[in-house]
Ligand binder design. Structure first.
Ligand SMILES: [Cu+2]
Length: 110
């Protein structure tokens, strides 16, 4: 798991660069990992129509709750996922209701 964490940290910047430079095709899905009581990346930018998948890599349950009530996951155990498709532009802050200090944001661009 330590190795996976390391790889994720290394992989994300490269992926973000690839994502911003591309004009379509590869932008259908994005993943947010939940690890060590944090969302990683905490802020992601996606295009309208993108499905975001949160996956819990921690050993304890977490949730993904929209601060504005737009989506709400069940408690996610280790390796469980929550998916939500963003069909309107805007900013979507979210948090873990078990650990409200865990926060993140999805920025959906037109
Ligand atoms: Cu949590």
């Amino acid at each position: 798991m330590t190795m996976a964490m390391f790889c994720a940290v290394v992989a994300y910047p490269a992926r973000a660069v690839a994502g911003t430079s591309d004009a379509g095709g590869g932008a259908s899905g994005m993943e947010v990992k939940i690890d060590n009581f944090a969302f990683n990346p905490a802020v992601i930018r996606v295009k309208v129509g993108t499905q975001v998948t949160w996956i819990n890599k921690d050993d304890i349950p977490h949730t993904v709750d929209s601060s504005e009530g737009k989506f709400k996951s069940a408690a996610l155990d280790t390796d469980q996922k929550f998916e939500f498709k963003f069909s309107e532009p805007g900013e979507y802050p979210f948090f873990c209701r078990m650990h409200p200090k865990m926060t993140g944001k999805v920025v959906v661009q037109p």
